[in-house]
Design a protein around this ligand. Structure first.
Ligand code: DGT
Ligand code: MG
Length: 630
């Protein structure tokens, strides 16, 4: 218990942006995308090389072919073509040939530009494959993980936030991979290649051409830091906003019914304004950065141009070389300035990845015991079971002990909050008890593999949830291959078959979101039919007929008894007519089992059972008397 609490505290304290990048996770989500990265990287390298060759070819054309320097023994720049190309040019007729056939140079430029375009296409399309692959992996992992997290986890997180993490955070990571990841490598490669070529031509001019670059780079870093926290804040704000929207839409009836529109709207407006503020802050930061760095970037090109022209006039460098310098400077300012955006997106992506990691590293439901899969017959025993929800201090169930034989019906009675639902949920191991043991057929349920256990226990929850699908699909959700006859049979037992047949579309009627188009009682009965399809040896009906009239309730119970005398049934109910027919009745009060026995035994004791029985009998008598008079 201690350890669990500690862990929880740690998890709660960790701000998402402080979470270090989990490289194991990165490697895992990259599975199957390696080849795309390789092809894309090759495209990147070819694109850079060809882009840098274009100014060199142009400058060669100017220096060697167009201008007269070459005639007076002028070394056509130190950048001249590689020797084998020079040899080839000499062999076909040297400069004279090129002057006559200038289109050769034009063709060379076209050829390089074509290679550049094709490489860029490879780079972009394959990195897109990689990004889509990774985001699919992420979504698969997230969904798989969420489906297997402990029941308790879902009670403590907001659905809106989870949805945001599974959609927009995944998208942020994808966008970073597709748009920015290779840009980092591109920037480094471009700077290195440019530095080598420029230094080879004129170190002094190189210095002038990069003199403002450190400012550009530095401001990127500053911007990155500022923007990282802002992105974190904006994301958090977005999470709150979507949570508010979701809650409002889900609870739209309550909001309307209680006239809470204004309050909810105010609440929403506040969150919306906060989101706007956070986003505006980001936009301002971005506007400042880009405009300032634009100015510095153009200033850098201007410096390079002025000094280059000066050096050319002085005869230090050729016209072609000056052209190379100016081209490279303007080619370089872009990626260096982009550093800011890349780093900002890196920040955003790492925040997103951290938020995803937070879900993925939440511990999965454990299998504490031996994970046995015995054939379950249906006898159940509770031995001195104590249970409290993790975050609550008080025990919800205290020292519960009882036995139920295979095929028996156990009814549970107790005032609201007395622990009835908690008791039956323990049986499914949705939670584990603090102390004591729960045995099914003499085996501790902790030793039974959880899927096996849950498949063997059919439960109709107090608030049944139906999928937004057809009634047919809803009923056979556990066994989509089940024949219609089996579905009809289950529906007949649940006394819903005739009702469904009466619908215009019968079993193909689509249940609205959360079953809006069905009445409460109809929903409960569809849920009962669905549970019956499971053919489980143990079934639990948690107040599942509260919205069903007494007559139908009795009919359902009769049908249940007729069909399956071999299955152990737990029924939580407040109706004496239901309770009195049970083999055993458990009476809970404040988490304690205060009475247990049959109807005949309990009716003779003073206690909650007798009190409730008396009240209900009295009401019934009054009702029949009134009915008789009418
Ligand atoms: P009902 O359905 O209104 O007739 O009441 P019961 O008897 O089904 O009560 P139950 O078992 O849902 O709740 C027993 C106590 O446990 C009650 O004080 C509320 C509390 N409780 C229920 N669910 C949770 C939970 O998920 N977390 C925490 N901390 N407490 C819970
Ligand atoms: Mg309950």
């Amino acid at each position: 218990m201690e350890v669990k609490k500690k862990k929880k505290k740690k998890g709660g304290e960790e701000a998402p942006e402080k979470r270090p990048v989990n490289y194991k996770l990165v490697r895992r989500i990259m599975r199957g995308t390696g080849k795309y990265f390789v092809i894309s990287a090759l495209g990147l390298i070819f694109a850079i090389v060809t882009a840098y060759l274009v100014p060199i070819v142009t400058s060669f054309t100017i220096d060697y072919v167009l201008l007269p320097y070459a005639e007076e023994g002028y070394q056509a720049g130190k950048l001249a073509m590689p020797q084998f190309i020079m040899n080839w040019i000499e062999s076909v007729g040297g400069r004279e040939f090129l002057i006559k056939h200038l289109y050769v140079m034009a063709l060379a430029l076209v050829f390089m530009t074509a290679i550049n375009a094709f490489s860029t296409y490879l780079r972009r399309s394959y990195i897109a494959y990689a990004g889509e692959g990774i985001s699919k992996n992420l979504r698969d992992d997230l969904y798989g993980h969420l489906a297997n997290l402990p029941f308790d986890y879902h009670k403590h997180v907001s659905t809106g936030d989870l949805v945001q993490r599974c959609t927009s955070d995944v998208d942020t990571v994808r966008r970073f991979i597709q748009n920015e990841l290779l840009e980092i490598i591109r920037t480094v490669l471009m700077v290195v290649i440019a530095a080598v070529i420029m230094l080879g031509i004129d170190p002094k001019l190189t210095l002038w051409s990069v003199i403002l670059m450190p400012i550009l780079a530095l401001s990127s870093f500053v911007y990155f830091k500022a923007v990282k926290t802002s992105f974190g804040e904006a994301d958090e704000s977005e999470g709150k906003l979507s949570a508010a929207i979701q809650e409002n839409l889900t609870g739209v009836r309550v909001v309307r019914a209680f006239g809470q529109q204004k309050r909810e709207l105010d609440n929403f407006t506040e969150k919306n304004a906060d989101y706007r503020k956070k986003n505006l802050k980001l936009t301002y930061l971005m506007a400042y950065y880009w405009s300032a760095s634009d100015a510095v970037g153009y200033l850098q090109i201007l410096i390079s141009l002025c000094v280059g022209v000066y050096f050319t006039i002085k005869g230090r460098i050729s016209v072609g070389e000056m052209l190379v310098f100016v081209s490279y400077t303007s080619m370089l300012t872009w990626p260096v300035r982009q550093l800011g955006r890349i780093l900002a997106d890196l920040g955003k992506a790492s925040v997103s990845l951290g938020r995803i990691d937070e879900i993925l590293s939440a511990p999965l439901e454990t299998e504490p015991g031996r994970a046995l899969t015995p054939k379950i017959e249906g006898s159940v025993e509770f031995r001195h079971v104590d249970f409290g929800y993790e975050d609550g201090t008080d025990l919800v169930l205290k020292d519960i002990s009882f036995k139920a034989k295979k095929g028996e019906t156990v009814a549970i009675l107790g005032s609201t909050g007395s622990g009835k639902s908690s008791l039956v949920q323990l049986l499914q191991r949705l939670y584990t008890c603090n102390s004591g043991e729960i045995l099914i057929d003499g085996v501790n349920i902790n030793d039974i593999e959880r899927h096996h256990l849950r498949r063997s226990i059919g439960i109709v929850l107090q608030e049944p949830f139906l999928y937004s699908r057809t009634i047919l699909e809803n009923i056979r959700i556990v066994d989509p291959e089940a024949s219609e006859e089996r579905v009809f049979e289950a529906a007949r037992i649940a006394a819903i078959h005739d009702v469904v047949q009466g619908f215009e579309k019968g079993y193909d009627t689509v249940v609205g979101e959360r079953g809006v188009t069905l009445s409460g009682g109809q929903k409960q009965r569809v849920a009962i039919a669905r549970m019956l399809m499971q053919d489980a040896p143990i079934i639990i009906l948690d107040d599942s007929m509260s919205a069903v009239d007494t007559e139908t309730d009795a009919a359902i119970r009769d049908a249940l008894n007729g069909r399956r005398d071999s299955c152990t049934t737990f029924i939580i109910s407040h109706r004496i007519t239901t309770l009195c027919r049970a083999d055993k009745i458990l009476v809970l009060e404040h988490g304690r089992l205060v009475q247990q026995g049959t109807h005949d035994e309990l009716i003779r004791q003073d206690g909650l059972y007798k009190r409730i029985a008396d009240i209900q009998n009295m009401l019934e008598d009054e009702f029949t008397e009134e009915g008789g008079e009418a």
